[in-house]
Write a protein that binds this ligand. Structure first.
Ligand code: AMP
Length: 273
């Protein structure tokens, strides 16, 4: 595995290899969810590039960027064992200059749900993804459905800017008990880890309701809130793939999302139906 720390190093390696490139952008603290993306990239491409970059521009003032988990050694090992060809591991100076042009998330979709709780977050996400895609120039890029709104906005950006890359959405990988894997789970103490199961339990309940034909969004919302109590819920939302609120679940065109705080840790989860 080659570790590239600058764009020049990255391009030198990639320009010398003739096949297709599959790309998995991450912020590190890699877990089995990340690995599923890497494995898919491994199967579908000649060369696999993973980036690890904790992007400062997607953290809001007051969100503690310095506390984001960093596990360089373990991450390198995981990449190596997963068959990654190139690990792109830039520092901030390799990624950002001063007073730069930025990408702005769309007015509505960029500022609801995650964007309402974290205004400006998606501007940072889209800007760094634009940079990374232009640096790596992959045939395919892999994103998790767990970050559903992020996936939708990146898909829209690639369309709006006529970018030549195939976006591959990947299913959420969960622990046996249902908890969606997340780099943030390590912040949970054992009691909080138990409380965190309320997110997947609420989504499971929603899925059961839909399966027995109870499609009304309002009733699903009420049931989910009941299960999530007493967690501090930021939102429960039932939207179509365009992220518009819907009154009734449409099979094949619905995402049910939840964001809640467990202790001081903010968790998100969703189901696609
Ligand atoms: P992050 O390092 O949290 O920015 O995530 C990097 C990529 O991994 C994103 O595309 C995420 O959506 C994806 N990801 C995170 N958690 C999971 C999971 N549990 N299952 C599948 N993909 C995930």
């Amino acid at each position: 595995m080659i570790i590239a720390r600058s764009v020049d190093e990255l391009r030198a390696v990639l320009d010398a290899q003739p096949g297709t490139v599959g790309f998995v952008p991450t912020m590190g603290a890699l877990h089995i969810g990340h690995r599923s993306l890497i494995e898919a990239a491994r199967k579908e491409n000649d060369c696999v590039v993973v980036s690890i970059f904790v992007n400062p521009t997607q953290f809001l003032p007051g969100e503690d960027l310095s506390k984001y988990p960093r596990r360089e050694e373990a991450d390198f090992k995981i990449c190596e064992l997963s068959g990654v060809d190139v690990l792109f591991y830039p520092d901030v100076r390799a990624m950002y200059g001063e007073d730069e042009v930025r990408v702005t998330a769309p007015d509505v979709r960029g500022y609801i749900l995650e964007g309402a709780s974290r205004p400006g977050h998606f501007d940072g996400v889209l800007t760094v993804v634009m940079k990374l895609l232009n640096m790596v120039r992959p045939a395919r890029v892999y994103f998790g459905k767990k970050d559903a709104q992020q996936l939708a906005l990146i898909t829209q950006m690639c369309k709006n800017f006529f970018m030549n890359v195939a976006i591959v959405p990947m299913e959420t990988v969960r622990e046996k008990d249902g908890l969606a894997l997340s780099s943030r789970n390590i912040y949970l103490n054992p009691a909080e880890r138990q409380e965190a199961l309320k997110l997947s339990a609420a989504l499971k309940k929603a899925t059961e309701m839909v399966m027995r034909g109870a499609l009304e969004a309002e009733s699903i919302h009420v049931e989910m809130i009941r299960i999530l109590e007493p967690l501090e819920v930021e939102y429960v939302a039932i939207v179509n793939r365009e992220f518009e609120s819907i009154a009734e679940v449409m099979i094949g065109n619905t995402i049910i999302l939840v964001a809640a705080r467990v202790g001081t840790t903010r968790l998100i989860d969703n189901v696609w139906m």
